[in-house]
Design a protein around this ligand. Sequence first.
Ligand SMILES: C[S@@+](CC[C@H](N)C(=O)[O-])C[C@H]1O[C@@H](n2cnc3c(N)ncnc32)[C@H](O)[C@@H]1O
Length: 230
Amino acid sequence: MGRFWDERAAENALYFIDNNASYEDTDEERFWAGGRTTLDKFLELSGVDLPAGGVAVEIGCGVGRLTRPLAERTAFVHAVDVSERMLALARDRHAELENVEWIHGDGTSLAGVGDGVADVCISQIVFQHIPDPAITLGYVREIGRVLADGGVAGFQVSNDPKIHAMPFRERMKMKLRRHGPRGQGDAPWLGSAVELDDLRTAAAEGGMDIENVYGEGTQFCLVRTRRLPR
Ligand SMILES: C[S@@+](CC[C@H](N)C(=O)[O-])C[C@H]1O[C@@H](n2cnc3c(N)ncnc32)[C@H](O)[C@@H]1O
């Protein structure tokens, strides 16, 4: 996964983070403004409040599109990503942010973030790209580990298996095309859906309750969990 996302970062990081943008001519201003509106919408729909003065964890921070507004509204952000190349762009773009630790993750865990340190954890447009739902479920257990008692997580998963399948012939066509985005027929882009029952089990194993599910059955399924007292 790390190599795939490093390649996408080198190819056109902003496009692969927000593919509503044009591949040929990305409007940077629109991209960064979109981070703010996306974070607001995400928090509103998932029902997550950012605790001012709190510590946040972001899973799959990319180039820091959501990290910057998150850092402005919390005391500290542990921003984790599997791609060193995405993180290099993030560090460069947000060099003046002193309250962000950019962490190169192993793609399956929140290693580097301590137990019970976080008041809030978020993840948006990351788990839908993970090819094996078992990895997403492992992340859910990890969220329970890093959250402090009473801490809240909001994360997006896909709950629609249909959107992750692409017929072989179409995948080959994509692979062979000479122009346009690469990699969109590959497993780390196509990703996978998770079942809500499995999510409930993983949340419980991580010591959390699922408090809210928005968009069940869709690609943009937002889940809010709360860490129970240890
Ligand atoms: C579509 S981008 C979204 C970035 C950011 N969440 C945003 O909305 O601006 C997906 C990001 O997730 C990261 N990613 C993909 N798989 C991951 C994994 N298994 N663990 C951590 N990060 C991952 C990629 O490197 C990429 O930066």
